[in-house]
Design a protein around this ligand. Structure first.
Ligand code: UDP
Length: 412
């Protein structure tokens, strides 16, 4: 089965047909994506799906990864954090090294980049490549995946010069954008329905993975999967669970996340959560190994309700993941979660542990309503939050940039 057929099977043949029509207008276009890492993180995960799909649709798509020294990546990591608001002053010596390594990457990639029709530069790390291509013939697009609305001022001033040299920028949400002297587009995040984290699971495999964690799948289960971060409000989740359990006595809770070991604050929050559930056999606070995507999948699929009770959130991929699995999701009334959960229709938005507990009680007592909301959520995710929708928007963007935004796009 071709990749497109596989996507048609899960995302719908209408969706794939639309992609074919748009891609027909771009047949043979050379599209290069550049980012900083081949694996780990959402950007790499999505490029892993987008690039092969684009190729099958007739584009000459490829993906290039920056090569660099540990010092280079330490510098780009700081840059990344500064763009997200961390107050770190620029280290000028490190930035000279950053420029040197960028120049080496530009040299290595010069043939492909100079000749491309479209170059997508993902996040700040490769942003300065553009200065080495004054004669470029294609359109260069800066694709920012992070919240750049409140960057550290000096680092942004430094980066802005490179970013502004691009022909357009793409941000994930309007609230994440920076004012720039070129067109800015909004393309929300998406998930890959064929990735291990989201694909269909055999019932036996799903059960094995959950029972291995000590859960009973014959009893109701609510789950929040996220980093142990105060903004994700894990302690609020525990409070909501306690309140809801007064009405649903056999309720179980899973609060699972990874990365606490190498994040001092995460470690602290993790231990606070462990302490808060001590002695409670039905509240499972656990660390997940990195990239244990099948376990995340199995937990979300086995849950009666998926929670993402954040008090601050960018987009909230776990919300989409729960919705795609047909779960009723209760999310914090904040950030991009508001785009996903249409209150009472594709999920519930809450502002307090009490609010979450009320919704848990309501959903656990109304199996039909729970199922209905889960079905609405899955359909909404299918149309709006899958990688196929993201690809459709990239294709539309390329057609518009090539033909001039004033032209009408005629689909064959
Ligand atoms: N995730 C995971 N294992 C964990 C915790 C999170 O695989 O232990 C995944 C989760 O399924 C989601 C992503 O990491 O795909 C987190 O994205 P989200 O937007 O929800 O939150 P962020 O961590 O980016 O703030």
């Amino acid at each position: 089965m071709t990749l497109l057929e596989r996507y048609a099977e899960v995302a719908g043949s209408d969706v794939v047909e639309h992609l074919r029509q748009l891609a027909g207008l771009l047949r043979g276009a050379r599209v290069i994506h550049v980012n900083a890492t081949a694996w780990g993180g959402g950007v790499a995960e999505l490029l892993n799906a987008l690039v092969p799909l684009s190729r099958e649709l007739g584009l000459e798509a490829s993906w290039e990864v920056l090569e660099g020294t540990p010092e280079f990546f330490a510098c780009t990591k700081l840059m990344h954090n500064a763009l997200q608001g961390l107050q770190v002053a620029p280290d000028w010596r490190a930035l000279r090294h950053y420029q040197k390594v960028s120049a080496e990457n530009a040299e290595r990639l010069s043939a492909v980049l100079a000749d491309a029709d479209f170059v997508f530069i993902h996040d700040p790390q490769p942003a300065s490549l553009i200065r080495h291509f004054p004669q470029r013939r294609g359109q260069w697009i800066w694709r920012c995946h992070i919240d750049a609305s409140h960057p550290e001022r000096q680092v942004w001033e430094y980066l802005r010069e490179f970013v502004a040299a691009h022909d357009a920028s793409v941000f994930s949400l309007p609230a994440f954008a920076r004012p720039l002297p070129h067109p800015c587009y909004i393309i929300p995040p998406a998930i890959d329905p064929l990735a291990d984290k989201n694909r269909e699971l055999e019932d036996t495999e799903r059960r094995r993975l959950c029972e291995g964690l000590g859960l009973s799948l014959d009893r109701p289960l609510i789950t929040q999967i996220s980093r142990f971060d105060r903004f994700k409000d894990p302690l609020g989740v525990i409070q909501a669970f306690r309140m809801a359990r007064q009405f649903i006595p056999d309720l179980q809770l899973v609060l699972a996340g990874g990365g606490a070991a190498d994040d001092p604050e995460g470690n602290e929050v993790f231990h606070e959560c462990l302490a808060a559930v001590e002695g409670d056999e039905d509240a499972h606070v656990m660390e997940l190994p990195p990239r244990d995507n099948l376990t995340v999948n199995a937990l979300q699929r086995s849950s009666d309700i998926v929670l993402q009770k954040s008090v601050r959130e960018g987009f909230g991929l776990t919300v989409t993941e729960g919705m795609w699995k047909g779960r009723a999701v209760i999310g914090g009334d904040t950030g991009g979660i508001r785009l996903q959960l249409i209150n009472h229709h594709t999920g519930f938005l809450v502002r307090s542990p009490e609010g979450a507990a009320l919704r848990i009680r309501y959903l656990m007592r109304n199996a039909r309503r729970r199922q209905e909301i889960g079905e609405n959520a899955r359909e909404f995710a299918r149309r709006s939050f899958l990688v196929t929708r993201q690809l459709r928007e990239y294709l539309t963007l390329m057609v518009a940039m090539r033909d001039g935004a004033g032209e009408r796009i005629e689909l064959g």
